[in-house]
Ligand binder design. Structure first.
Ligand SMILES: Nc1ncnc2c1ncn2[C@@H]1O[C@H](COP(=O)(O)OP(=O)(O)OP(=O)(O)O)[C@@H](O)[C@H]1O
Ligand SMILES: [Mg+2]
Length: 269
């Protein structure tokens, strides 16, 4: 059981205040979705937690230990797949810090364990058939499954995902949603998932955190109490209730409310 704790975290880029007083906990087994208007600081917060970006103040710790750099307890998945184009699927999954650290002692046992895990993850992600293909021979959904398999190689306690399905079509996204819920059950990683898609957030998460901009801060936190997810649930009144309420919060805080006068001026040009 691991706990990630973000407390009173703030971030400035020179004079621009990107995040103010962010407080968040994430525990093993939890799925938390981070939603909010474009530019409210979702990616910045995720990158800080991943150790890819510094914070200006506040605390960030895992099980009481401060963190300030990337570590194998956290893995990230981005929207753009970030695979090595010249490597095959199986090589992409194996090629990670983990394999090197697994194999630091160069023992056959360590290397064997890493190779076995890579194969298991390739199976879990339904990629066996394309294990020798290169990324340019794969669909977007397949590429993202490779990226997730690679992120899981290190058996991270925390999986940090930044709009991982943002570039996929609706049907592929639905398949990926059920897959990631399955992964969560099997791997027991905690997942922090950035999305601008409220339906995706409500479907996947146990808790939805709404960030609001200027400066980025937590507007509201929603505990999602819904039965086990099936695609039909998306039409159920209780699902639609969460979707509507959260969407309204994002609209109310986005500061990008379509201003009728501006729209009319544009139309008149
Ligand atoms: N390296 C940087 N230097 C200066 N400003 C930055 C930097 N990175 C992000 N910002 C600013 O911080 C704010 C938050 O950016 P961030 O990318 O975290 O937003 P976001 O919520 O992920 O948006 P989107 O939904 O569009 O991905 C933005 O105003 C952005 O311009
Ligand atoms: Mg972003």
């Amino acid at each position: 059981m691991s706990t990630l704790l973000v407390s009173h975290l703030a971030k400035r880029f020179d004079s621009f205040e990107a995040l103010r007083d962010i407080n968040l906990t994430l525990q093993t087994g939890e799925f938390v979705a981070l939603v909010g208007a474009s530019g409210c600081g979702k990616s910045t917060l995720l990158r800080i937690i991943g150790g890819l970006e510094t914070r200006s103040s506040g605390a960030l710790e895992i099980d009481g230990t401060p963190i300030a750099a990337p570590g194998r307890d956290r893995a990230m998945v981005f929207q753009d797949y970030s695979l090595y184009p010249w490597l095959s699927v199986v090589e992409n999954v194996r090629f990670c810090r983990t394999l090197k650290s697994f194999a630091k002692d160069q023992s056959q046992a360590a290397i064997g364990a890493a190779v076995r895990r890579a194969n298991l993850l390739i199976d879990l992600m339904g990629l066996s058939r394309v294990r020798d293909a290169r990324p340019d021979q794969l669909s977007g959904g397949m590429r993202q499954r490779v990226a997730i398999a690679r992120a899981l190689m290190a058996q991270p306690d925390f999986l940090l995902m930044d709009e991982p399905f943002g570039a996929l079509d609706t049907q592929t996204r639905e398949v990926m949603h059920d897959l990631i819920l399955h992964v969560k059950e099997i791997e027991r990683s905690a997942i922090l998932f950035v999305t601008h898609d409220v339906e995706e957030a409500v479907y996947l998460a146990d808790r939805v955190v709404v960030l609001a901009p200027n400066p980025g801060h937590i507007d509201s936190v929603w505990d999602i109490s819904l039965p086990p997810r099936t695609q039909d649930l998306k039409l159920a009144p209780e699902f639609l209730h969460y979707k509507r309420e959260i969407t309204q919060r994002i609209r109310a805080t986005s500061g990008m409310v379509s201003d009728r006068a501006t729209l009319e001026a544009l139309a008149g040009d």
